[in-house]
Design a protein around this ligand. Structure first.
Ligand code: UGA
Length: 439
């Protein structure tokens, strides 16, 4: 069996590589020649645990290849997955130019029946546009070649994308065609040996499922962040409250950790896009509007604590920032809370020296010389007026506080992820500011 995957970003690259792992012949296509050259030279452009190993193995076995030539890749392919970016437009809606561009290209080059499955997160109704774009090209060519479209949203998480793909909770396929169902079943069966389901539904419901899932998760985070902030005010402890509510199986204990707000390339974009769709349909989603504004506010929470501690006098102070990526196990800094905190500190005249185990290169690309870069978390603390922990990398969990004590000018920790024990820190005379715990 042979398939084509268009787009070699997180979703495309992980999907293509993991499909190859089952013995399928996979050709990954991208218009970015530089990226394809890199991939053909053994280098992967993203950081994703476990990906390099299976990429190398499958390239060596000759099952995984990379090209800019869509025409040749489509030859004999039974399915083509569209996994290109959908960046937010200025008005918050998803920009479909890459998805529809890829669809037209498929229409220009296909020469036999093929299933066109959209993996990119696309607004409800996009599959109709994908179908129309392909049909338009076929008409121009004056040929009649059958094809089916399917919606196949992806639920992988950055940092555990490979595991998520190899052992999915569920596979969602939206399609009206029996033939497409057959092809998708064949492709996904090897990943569902754990008994998890493949759910077939209509295309619109499938597209909606993706937005509803991410919006629900974003809602949980904004909810727990608001409760955490209120806990601080009334003198309750969010850790106790989180455990208390999480042990009700209807609520569950996952995704209930307060922090500095959600970031990344998915939640912010998808929440905005669904708000936009709902507005267009004349049914504004009040909950999601609140989720978004709570999240924007939450990104400033740590800064507010720093500001209050120093009575607003931040000029000339220097802070060690631990973690820059929007979450651990990724170098992704898109919509990362660290960026908001850095911007505010610099505006207030403070200096930031940062360390992140994998996002340093990305940070230098985005922030240049706006901040200083340390060689490790201790180096960042030399003569600093406090530590600001933004990303909960495992290696930050048990630092040597005795060493930190000697390096820091001020023994203060602003903990945006609640990873430390207050009693322990206070015993060592550190001042500790977590999120939503008893003052
Ligand atoms: C998210 C979804 O979890 C995936 O299922 C989905 O496939 C993906 O978006 C996508 O649409 O492509 P991802 O953006 O990689 O995945 O990151 P998550 O692990 O979900 O974390 C998102 C944000 O929520 C992070 O900033 C994280 O720190 C924050 N978070 C998460 C919390 O603040 N508290 C929590 O309890 C959990």
């Amino acid at each position: 069996m042979k398939i084509t995957v268009i787009g070699t970003g997180y979703v495309g690259l992980v999907s293509g590589t993991c499909f190859a792992e089952t013995g399928v012949q996979v050709v990954c296509v991208d218009v970015d020649e530089h990226k394809i050259k890199m991939l053909n030279n053994g280098k992967i452009p993203i950081y994703e645990p476990g990906l390099e190993d299976i990429y190398k193995r499958n390239v060596e076995k000759g099952r995984l290849s990379f090209t800019t030539d869509l025409k040749s890749s489509l030859e004999n392919s039974e399915a083509v997955f569209i996994a290109v970016g959908t960046p937010p437009d200025e008005d918050g809606s998803a920009d479909l130019k890459y998805v529809l561009g890829a669809s037209s290209e498929i229409g220009k080059h296909m020469d036999h029946y093929i299933v066109v499955a959209t993996k990119s997160t696309v607004p409800v109704g996009t599959s109709v546009k994908v179908k129309a774009a392909i049909q338009k090209e076929l008409q121009k060519r004056e040929v009649e070649i059958p094809f089916d479209v399917a919606s196949n949203p992806e639920f992988l998480k950055e940092g555990s994308a490979v595991q998520d793909f190899l052992r999915p909770d569920r596979i969602i396929i939206g399609t009206e065609s029996e033939q497409a169902i057959k092809v998708m079943k064949k492709l996904y069966k090897p990943f569902l040996l754990n008994g998890h389901p493949i759910l077939f539904m209509d295309i619109t419901s499938s597209e909606m499922t993706k937005y509803a899932a991410n919006s629900m998760l974003a809602t949980r985070i904004s909810f727990i962040n608001e409760i955490a902030n209120l806990c601080e005010i009334v003198g309750a402890d969010i850790d106790a409250v989180r455990r208390g509510i999480g042990s009700d199986p209807r609520i569950g204990n996952k995704f209930l950790y307060p922090g500095t707000g959600y970031g990344g390339s998915c939640f912010p974009k998808d929440v905005q896009a669904l708000i936009r769709t709902a507005n267009e349909k004349g049914y504004p989603l009040e909950i999601l509007k609140a989720v978004e504004s709570v999240n924007n506010r939450q990104k400033s929470t740590l800064y507010q604590k720093i500001f209050n501690h120093f009575g607003g006098k931040l000029k000339g102070l220097k802070f060690a920032m631990w973690g820059l990526a929007f979450k651990p196990k990724t170098d992704d800094m898109r919509e990362a809370p660290s960026l908001v905190i850095i911007e505010k500190l610099i505006e207030a005249g403070a200096e930031v020296v940062a360390y992140d185990p994998v996002a340093m290169k990305e940070a230098k690309r985005i922030l240049g010389n706006k901040i200083g870069y340390a060689k490790d978390e201790y180096d960042a603390c030399i003569d600093s007026d406090g530590i600001i922990l933004v990303t909960e990398w495992p290696e930050f969990r048990l630092p040597n506080f005795r060493v930190l004590e000697r390096l820091l000018k001020n023994k203060i920790i602003f903990d945006g992820r609640n990873i430390y024990d207050r009693a322990e820190l206070e015993e060592m005379n550190f001042t500790y500011y977590p999120i939503g715990r008893k003052p």
